[in-house]
Design a protein around this ligand. Structure first.
Ligand code: IMP
Ligand code: MG
Length: 182
């Protein structure tokens, strides 16, 4: 599996440092909302699994974690196919501040769709926290409040991100060899 890696784009120590910084920023911005009992963290599964796990442990605040599953990159695709699968919205959205946590902003379709759904469900505020923001033309413009790293337009795996369900467990953000992508 590691033989499929062309290069490491962001190593694990840089990720850990940046996650800590994001945590500090989030505590400053959302501490009051959490104190008022109005914060829900919604990780977008499965890509944000490790990012969320690391990030929420930097937040000594009171909030519920309500994952949602949404997919736009089925199987062996390396570009967004539009929303193909989505679990129901979690309960308790109405009147809450929702912090969406996702692995990567690419076309913007996933987060744009969630923004619409959550606002329709009566969220008081919707914030987006992504580990990666890809430098690419967006189909849907999404204003991410918290961004870990801006990256070039390249397909990456690791730290939760997959290709055909694989490579999520690589601890760094990596670029695959073209021979590994069909
Ligand atoms: P968007 O809807 O096009 O913004 O895509 C967002 C979703 O596509 C992310 O949550 C990822 O699951 C997936 N995705 C986008 N770019 C990549 C990538 O480079 N590697 C792996 N998954 C990606
Ligand atoms: Mg995703």
């Amino acid at each position: 599996m590691y033989g499929d890696i062309d290069r490491i784009l962001i190593d694990r120590d840089s990720i850990a440092d940046r996650v800590e910084q994001l945590g500090t920023q989030l505590v400053g911005d959302l501490g009051g909302v959490a104190d008022a009992g109005n914060l829900i963290v919604v990780p977008v599964m499965t890509g944000s699994l490790f990012f969320t796990a690391d990030l929420v442990r930097q937040l000594p605040l009171a909030f519920r974690i309500q994952p949602i599953t949404i997919s736009s990159y089925p199987g062996r695709s390396t570009s967004s196919q539009g929303i193909v699968d989505q679990s129901p919205l979690p309960p308790g959205i109405s009147g809450s501040t929702v912090l969406i946590v996702d692995d990567i902003l690419d076309s913007g379709r996933t987060l744009g769709h969630l923004d619409t759904m959550l606002r329709q469900a009566g969220a008081a505020d919707v914030r987006f926290c992504v580990l990666l923001r890809k430098d690419t033309a967006r189909a849907v413009e999404v204003d991410c409040n918290y961004v870990g790293f801006d990256i070039p337009e390249t397909f990456v795996v690791g730290y939760g991100l997959d290709y055909d369900g694989l490579y999520r467990n690589i601890p760094d953000i990596a670029v695959l060899r073209s021979s590994a992508i069909e």
